[in-house]
Design a protein around this ligand. Structure first.
Ligand code: WT7
Length: 665
């Protein structure tokens, strides 16, 4: 047992507990102790390019070795390892056929209904090769874009790997996005095919996927799409368009189980993943091949201390970047055994995560703070689903990702899931960063609940003020990364100007990567604590959403004249969505307001997806505005929290409407 040691001095946000990694963990860790960490940090500082070149040679198999590590000529459009050639699928699969992993289990697939399917590296390799040959038979080739709209499945991972194998750039769209969101992404990416399933099975329910693809394609504008490949998951009834749609089994069954990988340049776009920003339209974050793979493999070793005997489980969805780096690519690149889970944490009961850890003897468990918080509530209410009711002794490392974890949830996770014997890696990163950026190293960094602690070696994270000047520890500011790193975003698909202006703003000198988060470093330890987004981006249950995106969806409804969306702190989901709406008709009250609010929620679900539905909708005759007509969002945030307004409202044009906006429909 690892006792908490009280430390003098103020931690990031007043947290004073410090937990050291267990000595036995440190002894066997990839990065063993703070001296080892500091040595890596020093190596990167001494010879930045040499550091990355060494790691890229050690962790990635190159078909053509690179000679140039970093090209900064056209900053911020950085190029890494640009004259090297490689293939990601080769690195993730073929490598494991000759290093003794061929018969090792790559994937333990735990279906929604509890059925288990094991897939070895040899089998996964054959599956991916057949899939890749099938895609080739449709005429899909290097550089083509393929949209993947799939549930959590072996086939979903195989689809990604198959694209990587033939040099096609995939864009996975989360299965919870609506037809309209899917259509917009297909059009922006100019995709030639969609890979989907008939339906998905989640929480005991069958939910449509193919029908949503049909709906998206019927909306028009998707003329680049030639084929829809359909994996039969449930056997549910679906429509088939002759000549366009093809069953996955018909596509792959007669294909050869070997497929020569397409060797691509290190900068070749491996994938595009759409994420929300502060404008109404999502942006296609484009990642490269070589640098991304390096970071996926290396962080599996550094942050997760992955060992050959581990059973690793990341509960994320392949629709998000976590499911890319820490399911589809990272674990396979290092030859790990991983659990892939189709279902939801609460089905058939809220102990499903713990039961699954027990069942597969999971050793490394990586999940989101929202899931932890909701399972705390569930196990408070029902002892049977409490982690203590399961044998979790196989666990040796825990991780969290996606949003800040509050110290109470951290402590509960540490005590009840980790039995005070497992380090917790609170990994701060983003879709744009490709992999972990700031996180404890489990065998090195003393942990402080609620702090993501220190940057990984080679990651030059810092906190600056609005002019780009460093701020001293203990003073909050803007989180930046001062030097390019291999797995960083390369551009925004179709929009290099937005990439440059948004991530390398001139105000900060044009050279620093702007993460979009505020942060503070502890006075004594230099530990980072993320204080939340500094832009109009919300984080609801770890799902990233733009307030403008939701506002645009709301005003697209014929009833709505104006809308403003803000985040409100929420005990379980981190933040919740609160929408202030002005209708074209008179302000509704009572039952009328309830009915219209329900209508608008359904509407947003159709425009974006169920995750974007506002939890609260409040109607006003108007919104609080300055005399020049600017919506005063800071007042809306105060109102959303249910607090009374103490700020100066003298610039407010119409103070009377503040009263109306206190009331939730
Ligand atoms: C945003 C990125 C990281 C992959 C999944 C989400 C927030 C993420 C943490 C953390 C505090 C965190 C940030 C970030 N975030 N991890 N450990 N502590 N905040 O990726 O959808 O691109 O969202 O999630 O606000 O900017 P994403």
């Amino acid at each position: 047992m690892n006792a908490a040691t009280e430390q003098q001095g103020q931690q990031g946000l007043g947290e004073t507990r410090v937990f050291n990694p267990p000595a036995a963990f440190t002894a066997n860790a990839a990065v063993s102790g703070m001296e080892a960490y500091n040595a890596l940090v020093a190596e990167a500082e001494r010879d930045y390019e040499g550091f990355w070149a060494r790691l890229a040679r050690e962790n990635v198999d190159w078909q053509t070795p690179f000679t140039r590590t970093l090209n900064e000529d056209n900053a911020p459009f950085y190029k890494w390892f640009e004259d090297g050639k490689l293939n990601v699928s080769y690195n993730c699969l073929d490598r494991n056929l000759t290093n003794g992993n061929a018969d090792k289990t790559a994937i333990i697939f735990e279906a929604d209904d509890g059925t288990v399917t094991n897939v070895t590296y040899k089998e996964l390799h054959a599956k991916v090769c057949k899939f890749a040959n099938g895609l080739k038979s449709l005429g899909i080739k290097k550089g083509d874009r393929v949209v993947i709209y799939m549930s959590m499945s072996v086939e979903g991972v195989a689809a990604m790997q198959a694209c990587a194998r033939i040099g096609a750039t995939h864009s996975v769209v989360f299965g919870g996005f609506s037809a309209k969101s899917l259509q917009e992404r297909i059009i922006d990416a100019g995709a030639v095919a969609v890979i989907t399933a008939d339906e998905q099975s989640r929480g005991g329910k069958q939910l449509p996927l193919k029908a949503i693809v049909d709906e998206a394609l019927a909306m028009g504008g998707c003329d680049t799409i030639k084929n829809v490949v359909v994996y039969k998951r449930t056997g549910g009834n679906i429509a088939f368009t002759e000549g366009r749609d093809i069953w996955l089994s018909d596509l792959v069954d007669n294909q050869a189980a070997e497929c020569e990988p397409e060797w691509v340049e290190a900068e070749h776009p491996l994938f595009i993943l759409y994420t929300s920003g502060s404008t109404g339209t999502p942006k296609g974050v484009q990642h490269a091949t070589g640098g991304y793979l390096l970071w996926a493999a290396l962080t599996m070793k550094w942050s997760f201390d992955i060992k050959p005997s581990d059973v690793y489980w990341c509960t994320a969805d392949i629709g998000w970047v976590t499911g890319h780096t820490y399911i589809a690519y990272g674990p396979t690149a290092v030859g790990a055994t991983q659990v892939i889970f189709e279902g939801v944490p609460t089905f058939p009961h809220a102990g499903r995560f713990w039961e699954t850890v027990q069942k597969h003897k999971v050793t490394i468990f990586y999940t989101a703070p929202t899931a932890i918080r909701s399972l705390i509530k569930a196990s408070d209410a029902d002892e049977k689903v409490h982690p203590k009711s399961f044998d979790l002794s196989s666990l040796r490392l825990l991780g969290t990702v996606g949003e800040p974890i509050n110290p109470e949830a951290w402590m509960w996770y540490y005590r009840n899931v980790g039995r005070e014997a497992c380090p917790i890696v609170d990994t701060f990163w983003q879709t744009e960063t490709g992999g972990h950026m700031i996180t404890p190293l489990p065998g090195a960094t003393p942990m402080v609940p609620g702090s993501c602690t220190l940057p990984l070696p080679g990651i030059m994270a810092a906190i600056v003020d609005e002019s780009g000047a460093d701020v001293p520890n203990g003073q909050g500011g803007i989180l930046v990364v001062k030097r390019p790193w291999p797995s960083m975003i390369r551009t925004i698909w179709n929009n290099p100007d937005r990439f440059k202006a948004g991530y390398f703003p001139e105000e900060l000198g044009g050279k620093y990567y702007l993460a979009g988060d505020g942060a503070i470093r502890n006075k004594d330890t230099g530990y980072f604590t993320i204080t939340g987004r500094i832009d109009d981006v919300l984080n609801v249950s770890g799902h990233r959403m733009g307030t403008m995106e939701i506002e645009s969806a709301l005003v697209a409804n014929p009833l709505v004249a104006e809308a403003a969306v803000v985040g409100k702190p929420d005990d379980t989901t981190g933040e919740s969505i609160c929408a202030f709406v002005v209708l074209k008709q008179a302000r509704p009250t009572g039952e009328d307001a309830k009915r219209i609010a329900a209508e608008l929620r359904t509407w947003v679900g159709k425009e974006i997806g169920p995750i974007a539905k506002p939890k609260e909708i409040r109607f006003g005759d108007n919104l609080p505005k300055t005399r020049s007509g600017k919506i005063m969002r800071r007042l809306l945030r105060v109102l959303a929290k249910g607090e009374s307004i103490t700020q100066d409202v003298s610039t407010l044009e119409n103070p009377a409407i503040l009263e109306q906006l206190k009331e939730t429909a």
